[in-house]
Design a protein around this ligand. Structure first.
Ligand code: NAP
Length: 512
């Protein structure tokens, strides 16, 4: 019998000993939409990787719910194939054999009451056979339109009820709403069934090591925080660039676009972590308080026409291949106004950041796949080298490379060897791959484990989601009423308008 109790805390372990791995207590995971892309590529492999790392309890159970007419064995085969193809850690037969003991499949549609009854019996049976202790997380990896019906079915069937000493949790994928109004409506549905501490909204960026490292960089060191403010920082650039197009996801993407898909969640969360004040602890409440405060202080530019840009990729070249434009993609309305590129200038109304612009940009079919936060510092107030330096001195920068090539770069001026006092920009690099032998867990591994442990630090709260939509809604409304997205050639760094936006401020985008 595992010494772990239902809440995931281990009473036998000294809480001060942080070297011990965090192992989930008796529990199970139900995945709705288990035949989907996300489940196959990310969720099932993450469950296996957790099992392989010894972080799941012995009787851990995985229940798949979907429409297909499968038996448990068919489901197990699908999980097996997904794990073989996508898991991060090597396949080990003994781990697999243990995991398979708790695997079940429930067939049904979301509006089928009887299917939810069958799910209930399956869970009761697993509690007896596997010792899951009544602790189950329900992962909604389903089309966003189906979130409310699944939540309501969980209530109706009694599956959301927590009996004494056990827990039930809901995990909700993105996008959380389409705008503020729909996010508020969804929050209402969710909170009619679950208490706030039972709800885990996924923003998988927060599961990334490099994103959590923003907090370590800022608050576990002394040398960065004193200059992390308007007295030294000139501006901040947050970029998430993809080199691919929409692939087969026209149905999902058209009508949503880059700003809703990426800025509302990932980039505003990165902004919050970069700009927030130090939380009193790394606990969920303290973190949410600081993130909420800073998101509440974000101010949109007065001139949305000048300081926001949206674009759409046109045909061009990518990785040596000729590619078509967004409007020619399968399933896309040739008149579509959906943005595949979006850039915004934001300011933060507080003492630390007043007057420092935060430039956010994201896009598909850009020059390179990269996500980074660049904190760019003001130029030295006086340069004694002007006469001899061949170029204008650059600006110091700290660049947090979120992906790929995870790490941190510090850029500064250095003397070029020789007799003259020539200064040139150089970089000092920290790369995860070189400094640590352990490879980073996948974001979904970390987040699924956190759900099972009941750790809510890395999950955005209701207020954060709603504040983010409050920031984005006026921009989307402005875009709806004004013209069309600018076209940009695939494989470039976005529309010329985005370069002009920064040029007007005397700045330029980084070319990572
Ligand atoms: N894919 C990604 O990389 C990604 C990334 C971030 C977030 N997300 C989010 O994650 C969620 C899932 O995405 P996905 O790409 O995996 O979607 P998907 O491939 O379209 O899969 C949707 C799943 O929902 C099931 N489903 C749909 N309607 C149903 C109904 N009425 N009754 C029962 N099952 C139903 C489908 O089952 P059938 O097989 O029976 O149709 C399928 O298993 C979405 O909210 C998405 O926005 C996805």
């Amino acid at each position: 019998m595992s010494p772990l109790n239902g809440s995931g805390a281990n009473p036998l372990r000294d809480p001060a000993d942080r070297r011990l791995p965090r192992i989930a207590g008796p529990s199970g995971l139900v995945i709705f939409g288990v035949t989907g892309d996300l489940s196959r590529k990310k969720l099932m492999p993450a469950v296996y990787d957790l099992a392989n790392r010894g972080l799941l309890p012995p009787g851990f159970s995985l229940v798949g719910f979907a429409r297909r007419d499968w038996e448990d064995e068919d489901f197990a085969q699908v999980v097996h194939d997904a794990v073989k193809e996508h898991a991060r850690t090597p396949f080990r037969e003994e781990v697999w054999q243990q995991l398979i003991q708790g695997m079940r499949f429930v067939q049904g549609t979301f509006d089928d009451d009887e299917a939810f009854e069958r799910l209930r019996s399956t869970i009761d049976e697993l509690d007896k056979q596997q010792g899951t202790g009544g602790n189950f997380a329900f992962y909604l990896s389903v089309p966003p339109g189906a979130f409310p019906v699944v939540i309501q079915q969980l209530k109706k069937s009694g599956l959301a009820d927590q009996s004494k000493g056990s827990w039930r949790r809901a995990v909700i994928e993105k996008p959380f709403g389409h705008d503020l109004k729909s996010a508020e409506e969804l929050n209402k549905v969710v909170h009619e069934v679950f208490e706030p501490d039972q709800v885990f909204r996924i923003d998988h960026y927060l599961g990334k090591e490099t994103v959590q490292n923003i907090l370590a960089l800022r608050f576990a060191n002394t040398m960065f925080e004193p200059i992390w403010n308007r007295s030294y920082v000139d501006h901040v650039q947050i970029t998430m660039a993809e080199d691919i197009g929409i692939g087969g996801r026209a149905g999902y993407y058209d009508g949503i676009g880059a700003a809703r898909d990426v800025i509302q969640n990932h980039l505003l969360q990165l902004l919050a972590l970069t700009a927030m004040e130090e939380p009193s602890s790394f606990g969920a409440d303290a973190l949410a308080r600081e993130k909420t405060k800073v998101l509440g202080a974000v101010r949109l530019p007065k001139d949305l026409g000048a300081d926001t840009v949206r674009g759409q990729y046109a045909a061009g070249w990518q990785g040596g291949e000729k590619v078509i434009g967004y409007l020619q993609e399968d399933g896309i309305d040739p008149e579509s106004k959906t943005d595949t590129y979006a850039a915004l200038k934001l300011e933060i109304d507080n003492r630390r950041w007043a007057g420092v612009p935060f430039y956010l940009r994201t896009g598909k079919r850009l020059g390179r796949r990269v996500t980074e936060i660049a904190v760019v510092f003001q130029r030295a107030p006086h340069s004694p080298f002007d006469h001899t330096a061949t170029e204008e001195l650059g600006q110091n920068a700290i660049v947090i490379r979120v992906q790929p090539d995870e790490g941190i770069t510090v850029r500064f001026g250095s003397k070029v060897p020789g007799t003259s006092m020539e200064i040139r920009d150089v970089s000092m690099d920290f790369a995860y791959g070189e400094s640590f032998t352990e490879s980073s867990p996948e974001a979904y591994e970390r987040l699924i484990l956190d759900v099972l442990l009941g750790d809510a630090n890395l999950f955005p709260r209701t207020e954060e989601v709603e504040l983010s939509w409050k920031i984005l809604d006026p921009v989307e409304e402005y875009w709806d009423e004004h013209g069309r997205p600018a076209q940009y050639k695939s494989g470039t760094w976005g529309p010329a308008e985005a370069d002009e936006m920064l040029a007007r401020d005397g700045r330029s985008w980084r070319r990572p």
